[in-house]
Ligand binder design. Structure first.
Ligand code: SF4
Length: 301
């Protein structure tokens, strides 16, 4: 068997495990069938996992709850809404207990994220980055997103506006998301650290240690089908790896059972704009095309 076959089989195994978990949770929640994704309409809501995938036969099936139809349908139908197993994050005291309670609650993802932001993080001073921030940058996007992008930390524009990826790199990320067949509002975007490192330096280990529980909680609430790690710092933090991004990118990894695709940070791609070969941009697009395959977007575009 060739290396290519090994890589492909490894990627399929990771995706299958994530998908099986989502399907088992859906079945346990009384969902006994999945809507067929609208692959032919690139601007439609994000599709769920491929409809042909069989539901786990051993999962118990309960009758679906009887409920009045919502006035407006949810923006993003999806399979995976289950929180990850409640793992106490590496922070102590009331914050850890509050996060565990949020993860275990029956609230909507939007409410859980709001509670995390307001009741747990608040005007956080847990690391030295709080001293230089104008606004804390929590995250933005669809609270039921099946696709989540994780960057490194806020820059100057993000610090001013309190929204991740709104500067030049953010504009490029938005173009990348749209080129994939999604709208920016379909996905969720956040960073490893929530406050701007001075002069856009890399976050330091103590800052990541202090802030990462909030990212872990966000991802546990969102429990997307796929995570895209943007850049070395996000990829290495989520994967607990020291491997350079040039070697991590392009291959499926796994974060707590969720398929994760590492690729270059948009700001790195902007720095490469003077490179006539556009090698890094081509590589990043190749990485994103792998993600598009999971959602059937490669066939829609
Ligand atoms: S970076 Fe994170 S841990 Fe540090 S002050 Fe900001 S929110 Fe708190």
């Amino acid at each position: 068997m060739s290396d290519l076959d090994d890589d492909r089989n490894s990627a399929i195994a990771i995706l299958a495990r994530g998908l099986q978990g989502a399907l088992e949770h859906a079945a346990a929640g009384g969902i006994d069938h999945l809507p067929r994704p609208a692959f032919a309409a690139p601007r439609a809501s994000m599709p769920v996992a491929p409809a042909a995938t069989p539901r786990a036969p051993s999962a118990p099936v309960r009758p679906p709850p009887v409920a009045a139809p919502p006035a407006t349908p949810p923006a993003t139908p999806r399979v995976a809404s289950a929180p990850l197993p409640v793992v106490p994050p590496p922070i102590g005291g009331a914050a850890a207990e509050a996060i565990a309670a949020i993860l275990a609650s029956e609230a909507t993802n939007a409410d859980k994220l709001e509670k995390l932001r307001t009741e747990v993080i608040g005007e956080c001073t847990r690391c030295k980055l709080h001293r230089g921030r104008s606004r804390l940058v929590f995250g933005v996007g669809n609270p039921n997103a099946a696709l989540v992008f994780v960057g490194e930390g806020p820059g100057a524009d993000e610090d001013r506006q309190g929204i991740p990826f709104v500067g030049k790199a953010g504009q490029l990320l938005t173009k990348m998301i749209e080129a994939m067949g999604f709208r920016r509002d379909d996905v969720y975007i956040c960073n490893v650290v929530k406050c701007r490192p001075p002069s856009n330096r890399d976050p330091e280990p103590d800052e990541v240690l202090a802030c990462e529980p909030f990212l872990q909680a966000q991802l546990a609430i969102l429990h997307p089908l796929v995570i895209v790690a943007l850049g070395r710092h996000a990829a290495q933090t989520l994967l607990r790896s020291k491997t350079p991004i040039t070697r991590l990118r392009g291959g499926w990894q796994e974060y707590r059972g969720i398929p994760l695709m590492p690729t270059y940070h948009p700001s790195y791609l902007l720095r490469e704009e003077t490179d006539p070969s556009k090698t890094r941009k081509r590589e990043a697009w190749s990485d994103l095309q792998e993600v598009m395959k999971v959602f059937g977007k490669d066939r829609a575009n």
